[in-house]
Design a binder for this molecule. Structure first.
Ligand code: NAP
Length: 243
């Protein structure tokens, strides 16, 4: 019998869970537990890390998992690496459901950087008004450029003080729209946006807003993940599961 482990935390994973539930397949949706109130899902849920590759291997064996779907965020590379290794070791088939990256078009003013440390370096120079649209995890590193006025958009209100001396926080959960993000950038008089190349529709509004306003973007490219099967749509994963 099919028993799916769905590695989640994304819009794609939520859509995948709906398809799995609709097909009447048995599955568990796994959250890392980064946000305070993760969205409910139409299949079983578990929350928290597995304990590295070994922990994941043990979980796959214990739960009798027959298929793993990695629908984590393209920047959740550690989880994706662990899934490749654990699935290979346990001979459990793995499929990644991953959105295509954004590609710069007419009017985009992107500077590509390989990781968030390089994004920090790219902000060296005189004070600017920066929309740091990268989530909570890597914000601390930007304390190395304390001269800027930062705008942060976070899913949860920060607990404790932020490492950035001049930061305004907007608490909001995507998806976002272009009109709203254009107003946000205008309101903050943003001079540069720092973003991760997440791809997909939910977070692209800030990129479109930057383009419309002629604001440059420091674009953090995706981290590397070992070779694995990747598809772009829920229906392709369903075909793999049921084919
Ligand atoms: P990461 O750096 O790749 O993972 C670090 C560790 O967190 C993993 O080794 C694993 O712990 C645990 N983990 C990650 N995803 C998990 C999942 N779905 N279920 C159970 N454990 C998980 O991941 P991250 O960048 O911190 O992202 C964490 C979660 O947030 C992911 O589910 C991702 O889809 C979601 N997310 C991330 C971003 C982003 O920009 N990174 C954006 C939106 C949503 P163990 O080694 O103990 O198993």
């Amino acid at each position: 019998m099919t028993r799916i482990l769905l590695l989640g935390g994304t819009t794609e994973a939520n859509l995948m869970a709906q398809a799995v539930a609709k097909a009447g397949l048995a599955g568990v949706y796994s959250y890392a537990g980064r946000t305070e109130a993760p969205m409910g899902q139409p299949i079983h849920m578990r929350i928290g890390g597995f304990g590295g590759v070994e922990g994941l291997q043990a979980y796959l064996a214990r739960e009798g998992i027959t298929n793993v779907i990695d629908a984590t965020h393209p920047f959740a590379a550690q989880m994706s690496r662990n899934a490749v290794e654990a699935c290979a070791a346990q001979a459990v088939p793995l499929m990644a459901l991953e959105r295509a990256p954004w590609v710069a078009g007419d009017g985009d003013r992107w500077t590509h950087v390989p990781d968030s440390a390089a994004a920090v370096d790219a902000l060296a120079g005189p004070p600017q008004r920066v929309f740091l649209a990268i989530g909570r995890q890597h914000i601390d590193a930007f304390a190395a450029q304390p001269q800027h006025d930062y705008l942060l958009r976070l899913v949860d209100a920060p607990t404790g003080s932020l490492p950035l001396p001049r930061a305004r926080v907007v608490v909001a959960r995507g998806p976002f729209d272009v009109a709203g993000d254009t107003a946000l950038l205008r309101d903050h008089a943003t001079e540069v946006v720092v973003a991760k190349n997440a791809g997909g529709k939910g977070a692209v509004a800030k990129i479109a807003a930057a383009r419309a306003l002629g604001v440059p973007v420091v674009m953090i490219d995706r981290p590397r993940v070992p070779e694995r099967r990747v598809v772009r749509t829920v229906s392709e994963v369903m075909a793999w599961l049921t084919g």
